[in-house]
Design a binder for this molecule. Structure first.
Ligand code: PRP
Length: 184
């Protein structure tokens, strides 16, 4: 029996089973790459990454810890690229193996900024993992070490991603109906 789609959702882009399988593959790849590392620090970017990070971390065998950051965009940041940290890490990352975990890379500004900030703090290593990357030729070129899926340039919600702080807990990645954000 199929569950009816949420009325704001045009179509499912990535279903639950596909997400689960890909997250398991990413975790296996990370486990292989970090074999022998005594501890990996996963840094989730709030709010969007909270579900992906939770699922990814629970599939990992490499010893790991979890921390979070949150950033906010200044007004027209989509244009200016200005990003500021509103929640920072609790501890220094100097000498640690760090993985920045994002839900989506869109313009690339958030990941580029956070990568720059974290790299300046002297980690032993720094890699990035994002569940989604939008296909946008004009996006900043950012270092993505682990990527779940490349998706078209459409508004997606669910599995942590939101529209006006709603729809984050849909279990799939869905395409939002245009009528939802155009009426706002
Ligand atoms: C989203 C997403 C990424 C960022 C990607 O966060 O979670 O952090 O945008 O966009 P960019 O590549 O254009 O910088 P958002 O600002 O919507 O906050 P949220 O995670 O709290 O939803």
């Amino acid at each position: 029996m199929s569950i009816p789609l949420h009325p704001d959702i045009e179509r499912v882009l990535i279903d639950e089973a596909t997400l689960r399988a890909r997250v398991a593959e990413l975790a296996a790849q990370i486990d292989r790459d970090y074999a022998g590392v005594d501890r990996l620090l996963l840094i989730g970017v709030l709010k969007g990454a909270f579900i992906f990070l939770a699922d990814l971390a629970r599939q990992l065998h490499v010893p790991h810890a979890v921390d979070f950051m949150a950033v906010s965009s200044y007004g027209m940041a989509a244009v200016s690229g200005a990003v500021r940290i509103v929640l920072d890490l609790r501890e220094p990352i100097e000498g640690k193996h760090v993985m920045l975990v994002e839900d989506i890379v869109d313009s690339g500004k958030t990941l580029a900024y956070l990568h720059h900030v974290l790299a300046s703090r002297g980690p032993a290593s720094l890699r990035t993992c994002t569940l989604l990357r939008k296909e946008r030729p004009e996006a900043l070129s950012v270092p993505i070490d682990y990527l779940g899926f490349t998706i078209p340039d459409v508004w997606v919600v669910g599995y942590g991603l939101d529209y006006a702080d709603t729809h984050r807990t849909l279990p799939y990645i869905g395409v939002l109906k245009r009528s939802v954000y155009q009426r706002a």
